[in-house]
Design a protein around this ligand. Structure first.
Ligand SMILES: [Fe+2]
Length: 337
C-alpha cells in the first residue's frame, strides 16, 4: 500500500517573493480594497485603521522589522525544500485552493482532484502579467509561473484511485481529467501549486496530485469540519492504493491575510499542535474569508495527519505586516514527521 511519509504546510503569498522595501505594492492594493475581512466584520482600509489604532502596527511595518520577517520566511522555505527532498517522495499530493485560475464563475467545485497524466505550468501571457502586476504581484509572479512553460507529471493511476475511493467514502469529488483550456491554450496552473514547484522545489518535476478545495468563493465553500473529514478520507484512500509509493502531502496557503489576526492564527495552530480537532473544526466559518480561508487547506492536511499519526513540528509563524492598519500576511511553515 502507498504510504504518506511526511506532511508539510506553507504559506504562498506574494510577500514571500517581494523585497521588504517593496511591500507597499501590496499595501496600496489593500488601501483600495473596500471589503477587508477581519473576524466576522468587513471594513474599508480607513475603517480598519481606525478599529485597530493603538496596536503598534506602524512599528511592525517598519522596514527593518519587515527585513527580519523576510529573512525568517526565506530560511523556512529553503528548509522545507530540503526536508521534502530528503523524504524521497514518489509523488506529492498538494491541497490548494483555486484563485479563479482553473475555475471561474461558471463552475466552482467544492472538492476536486486532477487525474490527468500531467499539468502544465504555463508562462504568463503579457496580458496576464499586467493583470498580476495590477494586484501588486510584480515580483511574486516569477515564483508562481515559469519564464518558459514547464510540465509536471501526474500519477494518474493513484489520482483515479483516490477519486474512486473517496466516492465510496462519502465524498462526491469532482474529477478533473484534463487541465481546463480556452481556445486550445491551457489555463495557468494555480499558484497554490506553482509556488511549491517554483520556489520550494526549484522546478523539480516530482509527480503531482493536485487536490483543490474551494476555500475562497461563495456560495459552496466546505465547512472546517467537512475539510477535516475530507482530509481523513484522502489519507484512507492513499493507504488503500496497492503499491509502495512514498507520498508527501502538503497544504498550500494561509495563514490569516490580507488582514493579520494573530490570535486566530495562534488558536488554530495550537489546536493542530495539540491534536485538538474539536477546537480546530469548531472555529466559526465566517472567520474563514478572503485569503484567510486558505487555512482550510491546513485543516484538510490536519485531517490527513490525524489518520497517519505523524507529529506536527511548527517551523515558524511570521507576521509580515505591510500597513498601519495591520494588513499583510501571517506566514506559516510546518512539517509533520
Ligand atoms: Fe492564495
Amino acid at each position: 500500500m502507498a504510504e504518506i511519509v511526511m506532511g508539510f504546510g506553507t504559506s504562498h503569498g506574494p510577500l514571500l517573493a517581494t523585497p521588504p522595501e517593496e511591500w507597499d505594492l501590496r499595501a496600496n492594493v489593500d488601501r483600495k480594497n473596500p471589503e477587508l475581512a477581519f473576524g466576522a466584520g468587513t471594513y474599508t482600509f480607513a475603517e480598519l485603521a481606525e478599529l485597530r489604532k493603538g496596536q503598534g502596527f506602524e512599528k511592525e511595518n517598519a522596514v527593518e522589522v519587515r527585513r527580519e520577517r523576510w529573512d525568517r520566511c526565506q530560511k523556512q522555505l529553503d528548509a522545507l525544500g530540503e526536508r521534502i527532498l530528503a523524504a524521497k517522495p514518489d509523488a506529492m499530493l498538494i491541497i490548494g485552493d483555486d484563485h479563479h485560475e482553473w475555475f471561474q464563475q461558471d463552475i466552482q467545485p467544492a472538492f476536486s482532484v486532477f487525474y490527468g497524466q500531467q499539468v502544465q505550468n504555463r508562462a504568463l501571457t503579457p496580458a496576464e502579467e499586467e493583470d498580476v502586476k495590477s494586484r501588486g504581484g510584480n515580483y511574486s509572479m516569477k515564483i508562481y509561473y515559469p519564464p518558459k512553460d514547464e510540465a509536471y507529471p501526474c500519477p494518474a493511476d493513484i489520482s483515479r484511485h483516490l477519486i474512486q475511493s473517496m466516492m465510496g467514502d462519502g465524498f462526491d469529488v469532482t474529477a478533473i481529467g484534463e487541465q481546463p483550456s480556452d481556445n486550445g491554450q491551457v489555463r495557468t496552473l494555480g499558484h497554490s501549486y506553482g509556488f511549491i514547484y517554483r520556489r520550494i522545489l526549484g522546478s523539480r518535476p516530482i509527480p503531482l496530485i493536485p487536490v483543490q478545495v474551494n476555500t475562497y468563493y461563495p456560495p459552496n465553500q466546505p465547512s472546517p469540519k467537512r475539510c477535516f473529514e475530507f482530509g481523513r478520507a484522502i489519507a484512507r484512500a492513499v493507504r488503500s492504493f496497492p503499491g509502495s509509493q512514498r507520498i508527501v502531502v502538503g497544504a498550500s496557503g494561509g495563514m490569516t491575510h490580507f488582514v493579520i489576526d494573530e490570535e486566530m492564527d495562534r488558536r488554530l495552530v495550537d489546536a493542530m499542535l495539540k491534536g485538538n480537532w474539536d477546537a480546530l473544526t469548531s472555529e466559526p466559518d465566517i472567520h474563514f474569508r478572503s485569503g484567510t480561508s486558505e487555512i482550510k487547506n491546513w485543516i484538510v492536511n490536519a485531517g490527513m495527519m490525524a489518520e497517519t499519526g505523524l507529529k506536527m513540528e511548527l517551523l515558524d509563524l511570521v507576521p509580515c505586516y505591510r500597513s498601519e492598519a495591520g494588513t499583510g500576511s501571517m506566514m506559516g511553515f510546518a512539517t509533520w514527521n
